[in-house]
Design a binder for this molecule. Sequence first.
Ligand SMILES: [Fe+2]
Length: 519
Amino acid sequence: MKTGSSREFHAIQEKNRALSSENEQLRKIYEIGNTLRAERNIDKLLPLIMVEISKFLDADRATLFLVDLERRQLWTKFAEGMGEDRIYIGLKMGIVGACVLTGKLINVASAYEDPYFNTEIDLQTGFHTESVLCAPIFNSGKEVTGALELLTKRTGVFTAQDEQKVMKTAAKLAKIDFSSPADEKRAKSQVYVLRKALNCERCALFMLDRDKGELRSIIAEKIQGWNIQLSLNLGIAGLIAVTGQDLIIPDAYADPRFDKTVDERTGYITRCILGVPLKNQIGEIIGVIEVMNKNKGIFTGSDLELLKSLSSFIAIFIENALLFEEHNKQFKSMIEVLAASIDAKDTMTAGHSQKVAEYSIGIARTLGFGDEEMDILGVAAMLHDLGKLGTDDHILKKPGQLTQMEFEHIKEHVNHTRNILNKMSFMLKYRKVPIVASSHHERLDGTGYPDGLRGNQIPFMARILAAADVFEALTTNRHYRDAMPVEEAFRILDEGKGSKFDENVVKALKVYYSSQLAA
Ligand SMILES: [Fe+2]
């Protein structure tokens, strides 16, 4: 009785321990989520993920590769010990390589839509591959020794029946000794029979050369005198990216799929690897996470489960960061297009906005502004004269002095700038852009326009723009006068210190300008 209840007590204790360790893991996952959510810059996010995962799984190093479909590559940025070098791994081993590496049959309806299809052979031969059916060839020891590939079925795509047929032929080919010419001839005729039966355009037979790490073509039909050799040297990350499978490698150097070149280059010694694919919300593979060298022992099934549960939301953060980066690029290119449209209006002042942006950012940096503020200022500077699109050409380009009415018309450009920018939707930090950009003619003593703001009423960033704008205008040619020497322009700014222009801003502009001359 006593032993019974003590056994029960131990069972409950054991259960509690398991529960609290699960809770602890959940808490850690939640914390990692919070850390990663705050970072939108992809270059900062990737190293952060690696550090968090290494800590979480008690591993020596984590690596994160992202799939670059356009370049058919995996790329990464290492956090530790690799400096700023990115490592690129080719994905060009193609569908045959994937078939040999995984030992699985691959049926692709449209080769060019498959990210791992190697277009190089088509490019060199002038063929256009459509569908691909590829079966692995095994030896009696169940090792993959090659692959049989059928290309471009003339009627539709390869069916389940076709798959059966190609597997059967592949099984027959496994028994063939390619060192005997008679056997090789027999093999070729079997492959041709199969090609006819499946009604395909071409076929190919590859054998794996393990020593060289290459696939050698035995048959590459209609590619005369051309031996295809495909490198299999792309390592575990490439394999995970191609197949979407998880992998636990207890001893990397004993695994023929492991690519030693990165270790050779860096002096790092990989012992064991745990790797999972990163999939986006529609199940496409966007990258691979690898964790190397567990500090005690090797990676287990429960490590794999933990990494998988982490990887699903890491993928979301990465997608968000990539999307954000994409938005930013679009936004910046839109700003450049708008600035170019102002330049197109008046070739004499072309480049004015870029130059004002450069001076403004220079002033801000000298005054110790942060990256975010410099970004806002750059955008506001590029767009400050956007309203000039609405100014009459003959007034804008008038060589002589303006009449009062003409000057009033020119002054309207800041209202146009404000109206246009207010209609654009600026995200987050950029919401200040319309007001900053359209206040660049305000002056400290209230004599500026459009609102006649005074002193601190004028946003500080607009005070920077004001000085940068006047300095740029004075030191370049205008329709009504030639460019002024820099010293004279500074003298005018100095005269306006405190009344028109902010004293610290003018000082910072001088510091920035002379630092540029020295450089
Ligand atoms: Fe202006």
